[in-house]
Design a binder for this molecule. Sequence first.
Ligand code: PMP
Length: 308
Amino acid sequence: MIIHSVSELIGHTPMMEIHGYALPKGTRILAKLEQFNPGGSIKDRLGIKLLESALKEGKINHQTTIIEPTAGNTGIGLGLAALTYGMPTLFVVPEKFSVEKQELMRALGAQIIHTKTDEGITGAIEKAKSLQADMDNAYVPLQFENPANPLTYYETMGPEILSDLEGVNPSAVVVGAGSGGTFSGLSRYFKEQSKNIRMAVVEPVGSIIGGGKPGPHETEGIGMEFIPDFMKNEVMDAVYTISDEEAFYYTKELARRNGLFVGSSSGAAFAGAVKEAEVLPPGSTIVTIFPDGSERYLSKHIYRGEKD
Ligand code: PMP
């Protein structure tokens, strides 16, 4: 097969059963491996959708500068999508996020502006909005407010998972939340399939979904400082608040036992799936999402611990 654009490589990622962990009898954990998207993450699906919907709604043209506050993966996804149309891109990234993701955004031609780590993603959002206000033809898709974000996962990932399962009904879908777009889209999709499918959300300690206080965490890509509107009415059948220690433990074990090079939000998602396995009857099928790969976190010593 010959393809003609990397956009043809987005989606249809593999689903892998994760073996080698003590689970109740017959229980299976299946993980959707989103690192196999061309930009290496779950957010490639979003980048193309954000630009297509803004073009369709007449909010942008091919000369528009696309500005987005991002931890990196959305920037890479938007950068890939912007190439298709030749649009310039400018990403506002809090300093703490991995340099590899920033290098990849730059490789796609993006300009990067840093905000201070302690200002969080809220500081990056404000900066993006003020940059837009100073420019003539600029647009901030703003994944945290944009209904195209959950819609992406409702339209692409939900049906893919159902088809990957080949007729097996999942008992639960366990999903990490950063913007909450993946959770919200999959929740709508699976609750339409069956009200009995449990939707469990995963966050790091330092995120507020489960009622905790906002604070720093090393698990990258998930965690909320505020609840986006599209998450406010979501049914969450369980909230798993995972420590960095546990997330990184599973990140390392997934490499060592399963040969999977996944990022720390995948380690956290797996920790959530293991906890969900403990509350479900034996023989349940649990689906989880591994949002990206570990190679973009090697400078942060993902396998040796942040403080090494
Ligand atoms: N994991 C990683 C590595 C991510 O980059 C993101 C997106 N920030 C997520 C998980 C969470 O995805 P969502 O924004 O859809 O909640």
